[in-house]
Design a protein around this ligand. Structure first.
Ligand SMILES: [Zn+2]
Ligand SMILES: [Zn+2]
Length: 327
């Protein structure tokens, strides 16, 4: 399918800066009409053959430049539940990269040239998002030791405590990326996204961008969500236990009930920079503008540049702690 302008017949795209459909040919706003014809392997507009990768859900016709959304890859089991539409357009991303890297003296000149920047792509990356109702029951033994001196004698007093916690935590949308091409550490650095801005899926948000279907199903990837949830539960628990000299856990019991899974698309700008026969990938969070990547001169691994304005959003918790401490 493609989105065609009712006024001029051109291909309309979703504009992140306007937040609406936009026709770059006549400046029309929300003038789009969905058009379905032809097969999955031919351009809806000009009939030219399309080059389609294994996991692509959209592509751009090499002949006429139209953005084509592949019907059967946004349908049935591949229909996303949610999408976070792009909030930052290409021009702003280019400005951000320039601002961030022009102060770095060793950045090669070609790094931010018009020629290389024009190939930057906006990609909707597939994610699974898991909801859990979790409970953490904890029992442990704590001691507090007090030492003081009177005259020539040193006294030590040890108090023994029984520590009990019973926490209920609701996890809302723990994200796990479902794209093999996207390195996990890159996507983890790309977080957080502000999930308040998630929308019900509609194809129009994909017009003008590239998209991928999930490469692995939600059962296969669920362990990663559970690991994240377990780590957060442990951090929350540890935050409630302080002031002891020693703590020995005796019983830990975590139960997690899965309440839902949402197939979701999140926006990422990808910039591939080639320098001395090597590829350098840069990624920019399409909502917050957070930049992830490594420049040719910084030999370090993948880095995160700039700050992000959003706080950790997925642990919307209802947090009930039963505290019992007895000497
Ligand atoms: Zn138009
Ligand atoms: Zn075409």
């Amino acid at each position: 399918m493609l989105f065609r302008c009712k006024n001029c017949g051109g291909n309309t795209v979703f504009s992140p800066s306007v937040g609406k459909m936009y026709c770059p040919h006549c400046d029309g706003i929300d003038s789009e009409e969905k058009e379905d014809k032809g097969t999955q392997t031919e351009c809806v507009n000009c009939g030219a053959p399309l080059t389609i990768g294994e996991y692509n859900s959209t592509c751009q016709c090499e002949y006429c430049g139209s953005y084509i959304i592949l019907n059967e890859r946004v349908d049935g089991k591949y229909r996303p539940d949610l999408v976070l539409p792009f909030k930052i357009d290409k021009k702003s991303v280019v400005d951000m990269l320039r601002a961030e890297f022009k102060k770095r003296i060793f950045t090669p000149e070609s790094f931010l040239s018009e020629a290389t920047l024009k190939d930057m792509k906006g990609i909707y990356v597939p994610f699974w998002m898991y909801d859990y109702a979790a409970r953490y029951e904890y029992e442990g033994k704590g001691t507090k030791v007090r030492v003081w001196t009177t005259g020539d004698t040193e006294y030590t007093e040890t108090s023994y405590y029984r520590i009990e916690r019973d926490m209920n935590v609701d996890f809302d949308k723990i994200p796990v990326d479902a794209s093999i091409a996207m390195q996990n550490d890159v996507m983890d650095l790309m977080e957080p996204y502000d999930y308040q801005q998630l929308e019900g899926f509609a194809e129009k948000y994909m017009s003008g961008f590239f998209g991928e279907i999930y490469n692995e199903d939600s059962d296969t990837l669920e362990d990663r969500a559970r690991t994240k949830a377990n780590k957060d539960m442990e951090d929350l628990l540890q935050g409630t236990i302080s002031g002891y000299t020693t703590v020995v856990p005796e019983n830990k019991n975590v139960t997690m009930n899965k309440k839902g899974v949402h197939y979701t698309l999140l926006p990422v700008w990808h910039y591939l920079y080639k320098y001395k026969d090597k590829d350098y990938d840069f990624y920019v969070n399409g909502q917050t503008g957070k930049i992830i990547g490594s420049t040719p001169v910084s030999k370090a691994k993948v880095l995160s540049y700039g700050a992000t304005v959003f706080v950790f959003a997925w642990m919307a918790l209802s947090f009930i702690i039963g505290i019992l401490e007895v000497i």
